[in-house]
Write a protein that binds this ligand. Sequence first.
Ligand code: ATP
Ligand code: MG
Length: 424
Amino acid sequence: MSKQISAIRGMNDLYGEQAAAFEYLVESAQAVLQQYGYESIRLPIVEKTQLFARSIGEVTDIVEKEMYTFDDRNGDSLTLRPEGTAGCVRAVIQNGLAYNQIQKLFYTGPMFRYERPQKGRYRQFHQFGVEVFGLATPDIDAELIVLSARLWEKLCLENLELQINSLGSAQARADYRDILVVYFNEHKDRLDEDSLRRLDSNPLRILDTKNPDMKELVENAPKLIDHLDDESIQHFENVKGYLDDAGIDYVVNPNLVRGLDYYNRTVFEWVTTELGAQGTVCAGGRYDGLVEQIGGKATPAVGFAMGIERLMALLMDKDLVPAGHNSPDIYVVLVGDKVQRPGMVLAEMLRDSTSRFKVQMNCGGGSFKSQFKKADKSGAQFAIILGDEEVEQKSVSVKFLRQAQEQQTVSWDNLVEFIEQHAG
Ligand code: ATP
Ligand code: MG
């Protein structure tokens, strides 16, 4: 036997319950987005490295040390996408979808970051992302938050805390940056190595530190929210007003700056305390400068991304994935010498007459007992048993697997109607 080859660290196979939770989550999110009139967009997983460097920012964790970058056979530098916004902006510009138009888009798929794998943090993970182009007004910032709240409700997820902040205009941020540099320079001895480096290149990111030793220093730092421009203050007040009307609670977190450089004005995160350190399940904000920054005509934009693995963990911990999301309704048991081919015909007939029920046919033979065990394990409501005698009479025995009811003989002609009448 040859030596086994294992998957890459931090890149997981999702199967069974996890795969069911994954699909349930993505289907639920899609349904909510469609309810709000958003459209799907499907994007490449690989882009030119430069796209991410220019959009996410050269001095961010992602670009500095987390990207999977390689030269392709032509010698071009390519990168596995670490997030979805940059590629979406690129696509919208390239296909002429941004200028003088409104686009409301969603996508889902794998993202790649070379991070230290731990609970809720993987090297291949999945996001469900939403991006809106062409709207500068606060109604759309609020709509994104409101629709994410609707998704939590649909999923029965309670106790997610909404944190919001405003990063203001580019000018306000530049002025604040100077104030912050003065403050941190006064306390240089208390900065860790990462923060010292950021002091010159990207001082706002110091506020995003996860180092507990710097917590107090960061908490006492001057707040961006006290240095915002008037228009951004007004914008932020309006966003809060919409949230108040929608009955959505929020906490203003003045240190919420996000790990990517392209944000301005509204930023937000949905956070849970129930997953340990990796508590942010959804994060986003406004990025009005990005389209122009990567070569398009100036177009306001706002978006967010949900971390599918973290939401999956929450759903599974709380047992919120509906049972039987992937299990069949009907399991066809075939016992006899001449039942295999009629069995397939019958199963196909059932699938033809109704798409409401999932029909699984026993393949590979086996004793009545072993087939019955499989039927029970499948989670199906009904077992339909076909033996040689039933084939001759064009009937089946229907056994109720989840209800206390007598087994019954039903003719093929009446089978669909019978199942429909007795299905829970
Ligand atoms: P964090 O602060 O947790 O590292 P981030 O600010 O890097 O998150 P974003 O780039 O905003 O995250 O991505 C949006 C969401 O994607 C996060 O809130 C999180 O739920 C999820 N996410 C990000 N990185 C990972 C990862 N390595 N593994 C699993 N999920 C992730
Ligand atoms: Mg991160």
